[in-house]
Design a protein around this ligand. Sequence first.
Ligand SMILES: *[C@@H]1O[C@H](CO)[C@@H](O)[C@H](O)[C@H]1NC(C)=O
Ligand SMILES: *[C@@H]1O[C@H](CO)[C@@H](O)[C@H](O)[C@H]1NC(C)=O
Ligand SMILES: *[C@@H]1O[C@H](CO)[C@@H](O)[C@H](O)[C@H]1NC(C)=O
Ligand SMILES: *[C@@H]1O[C@H](CO)[C@@H](O)[C@H](O)[C@H]1NC(C)=O
Ligand SMILES: *[C@@H]1O[C@H](CO)[C@@H](O)[C@H](O)[C@H]1NC(C)=O
Ligand SMILES: *[C@@H]1O[C@H](CO)[C@@H](O)[C@H](O)[C@H]1NC(C)=O
Ligand SMILES: *[C@@H]1O[C@H](CO)[C@@H](O)[C@H](O)[C@H]1NC(C)=O
Ligand SMILES: *[C@@H]1O[C@H](CO)[C@@H](O)[C@H](O)[C@H]1NC(C)=O
Ligand SMILES: *[C@@H]1O[C@H](CO)[C@@H](O)[C@H](O)[C@H]1NC(C)=O
Ligand SMILES: *[C@@H]1O[C@H](CO)[C@@H](O)[C@H](O)[C@H]1NC(C)=O
Ligand SMILES: *[C@@H]1O[C@H](CO)[C@@H](O)[C@H](O)[C@H]1NC(C)=O
Length: 497
Amino acid sequence: MRSFTLAVLAAAAGAFASSSFEIPAGVPRSLSDFRAKHPYTPPSHGGGPKRKEFTIRASRSDTDDVADEFLRGLKRANKGGTLLLPKGQTFVIGKPLDLTFLDNVHVKLDGEIKFTNNTPYWQKHAFRHPFQNSIMFWKWGGKKVKIYGNGVLNGNGQRWWNEFAGLEILDPDNEYLRPILFYAENATGLDIEGIHLKDSPCWTTFFVTSKDITLKDVACTAESNNVTSLPKNTDFFDSLNVERVTVERAWVNIGDDCFSPKSNATDLYVNTMYCNGTHGQSMGSIGQYAGEKSFIRNVHIENMWMLNGQHSARLKSWAGPNVGYGFIDNVTFKNFWNANNEYAAFLDSCYFNVSFFCLLHACMHYCNAICKVPKCYITETDYWTNNKQINATTCAAYPSQVNITNVLFQNFTGSTSGKYGRAVARLTCSPNAICENIQFKDFNVTSPCGGPPVIICDGIKGGIGTPCVNSTSPEATAALKAKCTAPMATLPTPTPW
Ligand SMILES: *[C@@H]1O[C@H](CO)[C@@H](O)[C@H](O)[C@H]1NC(C)=O
Ligand SMILES: *[C@@H]1O[C@H](CO)[C@@H](O)[C@H](O)[C@H]1NC(C)=O
Ligand SMILES: *[C@@H]1O[C@H](CO)[C@@H](O)[C@H](O)[C@H]1NC(C)=O
Ligand SMILES: *[C@@H]1O[C@H](CO)[C@@H](O)[C@H](O)[C@H]1NC(C)=O
Ligand SMILES: *[C@@H]1O[C@H](CO)[C@@H](O)[C@H](O)[C@H]1NC(C)=O
Ligand SMILES: *[C@@H]1O[C@H](CO)[C@@H](O)[C@H](O)[C@H]1NC(C)=O
Ligand SMILES: *[C@@H]1O[C@H](CO)[C@@H](O)[C@H](O)[C@H]1NC(C)=O
Ligand SMILES: *[C@@H]1O[C@H](CO)[C@@H](O)[C@H](O)[C@H]1NC(C)=O
Ligand SMILES: *[C@@H]1O[C@H](CO)[C@@H](O)[C@H](O)[C@H]1NC(C)=O
Ligand SMILES: *[C@@H]1O[C@H](CO)[C@@H](O)[C@H](O)[C@H]1NC(C)=O
Ligand SMILES: *[C@@H]1O[C@H](CO)[C@@H](O)[C@H](O)[C@H]1NC(C)=O
């Protein structure tokens, strides 16, 4: 009853194939469905004994900056209290806040915290982090910090997206930086529960050198009202140097990585997420910076609903002339349901700095068609969507030094978008690197092209427990050639819930 049918269109040939698949009953179709299925009731006193409560004045308008009041409120509530931000009130933040002094503090957010959209001001004054040239509205840190409630943390991203339109974050010449909505460093014991992380200008969260982080029952959306300026790089979760992270029950509708730890992550547990329009549950990329070691280990991700995205489960590490080294070890991706994603499983240890590659090497024959002359710069999106993956010969010249071991893809169902024809998963291990004990179990993803789905493997040691062909084999070539597309897994109106 609570399901609907997606028609499948064979676009390239202009033919109309009739095939269909169903979004299983009980899977939420919207944020309100998600809230109905996974209701969140803030625990009284944050779940512990009664705490002293503090309030601050609310903003009277969109420009009435209460940053100073917010800071004072947190200082008063620090060491055992709770700052209350009640429903119906908005708290506008118009200057950067250093909140790294926190110690046993709660914020009960039932109203809305909203950042001003004075883009030149923030670009000048925001905090900075060297990783991918990040800037941040504020820094959270300390110990035993809990932010919970039914409220909204609003990045007010529209103006940022409008002004960023046409630019690329990985373009080394890009100077238009956009702030991260929630950033924490040196935090131990950070719980975020219930709230809606909304319209971040850039990454939604970034956790650095922190441990015991929990995100539960959160929603994360970035939705533009301007079709020519879509939200970009609004990743739900990014991290560097973290231990013990738990994410449970999250609704994510954004335009980049969904859950994506970067360098140095240990003991991550993720259960029940709905990711629409994302780049997937993405380990890395790691190994980007020359001479630097990085790793990701002991990761368990299960019960994922991945729609309308790029790859569903993926691992990536950099290759190239000046990269780092390290490993990804012991990662389980389990119970992944797919609709209209490009590859359902994807491993690439030939992830290149394309701008470097373009500048230095094959500009003329490799990417002229899509390059922005004279910079010879291709976007990351171009890189993947035009299937300009670095080939084995090129990767061999600049191999990755990141080993990928003990990875399990288990119980994958649903269908891809048909972007890569009948190829539904692709694993590319860099020559020189080790990719070992990569296993597929109960992997049953189909393509809208019909015919047998194909898994492509290059350089994976010892097989994957299911048939897999190399990218130059006739099977892979034929599978990639098949032309078909699935329509967007859109939701019928009214929502059948
Ligand atoms: C939409 O974004 C474009 C930039 O791509 C911008 O020029 C235009 O002003 C925006 N429209 C509105 C209504 O803000
Ligand atoms: C963390 O704390 C250390 C020592 O207190 C400090 O040097 C460092 O700058 C802080 N920030 C990060 C991101 O590590
Ligand atoms: C899912 O994402 C697509 C494209 O990114 C969007 O058009 C659609 O509205 C989203 N669906 C939901 C339920 O948010
Ligand atoms: C990751 O850990 C290694 C040591 O194991 C360290 O050398 C490296 O700097 C760390 N990377 C980051 C981004 O902190
Ligand atoms: C692999 O990771 C899981 C957590 O996802 C952990 O329970 C297990 O002990 C790890 N295995 C090894 C060999 O470290
Ligand atoms: C990669 O694996 C090889 C073979 O086991 C090992 O010699 C090398 O040290 C590993 N590299 C890293 C960065 O762990
Ligand atoms: C496989 O995953 C689906 C959801 O994607 C779930 O409904 C089903 O119970 C799982 N099967 C097993 C055997 O765990
Ligand atoms: C990628 O290569 C370009 C061009 O050489 C360089 O400017 C940029 O710093 C590189 N980016 C990274 C992350 O290495
Ligand atoms: C690999 O790519 C390079 C750069 O585009 C090209 O020159 C070379 O011919 C390709 N090799 C194979 C085997 O396709
Ligand atoms: C794979 O899925 C199809 C339908 O999507 C189902 O008919 C078939 O039994 C499944 N095969 C296995 C081995 O689970
Ligand atoms: C790829 O597979 C084909 C058989 O389909 C085989 O002839 C060829 O040697 C394989 N290439 C590599 C690099 O393993």
